[in-house]
Structures are given as structure tokens and as C-alpha cells.
Design a protein around this ligand. Structure first.
Ligand SMILES: [Zn+2]
Length: 75
């Protein structure tokens, strides 16, 4: 009887490990996807997520102020 109980505990632990392992996979996927979308600011070189940056003519800026400074310089 105790063997059956032990087997049940082992199966439960394996099941729990597999469950927690699968949970971790989507997290890693999200992180690597975010890392791909990091872009440098043309003006100051700071790296920021693409969706937080300001994109003008294929160039990325960290803020509206830097976009303006860069536009004034190139004019
Ligand atoms: Zn900047």
C-alpha cells in the first residue's frame, strides 16, 4: 500500500514539474520577442522598446524632444 502511495506522490511531482516547466516556456518566448524589438535612439543612443519609440523616416527616437533636436540639426 505504501508503495502505491509513493508511486502516486512521484507521479504528482513529475506532473507538477511538467506543468511548471510548460508555464515557463511562453514567458521566455515573450522576453526574446521583446528583446528583438529594442531600438536605439538616433540622437542619444538609448535603447528602448520599439513600441515606446517615435519612428520617423525609419529612424527611432526615445522622445519627442530628441526627434525635434535631430530634425533641427539635419535641416
Ligand atoms: Zn534620445
Amino acid at each position: 500500500m505504501s508503495r502505491l502511495l509513493f508511486l502516486g506522490v512521484v507521479i504528482a511531482i513529475v506532473y507538477w514539474l511538467l506543468k511548471s516547466y510548460r508555464k515557463q516556456l511562453p514567458k521566455e518566448d515573450t522576453v526574446s520577442r521583446q528583446a528583438e524589438d529594442i531600438v536605439p535612439c538616433v540622437h542619444c543612443g538609448v535603447h528602448l522598446p520599439k513600441h515606446e519609440s517615435i519612428q520617423v523616416d525609419g529612424k527611432f527616437y526615445c522622445s519627442e524632444a530628441h526627434r525635434r533636436i535631430h530634425a533641427e540639426k539635419s535641416e
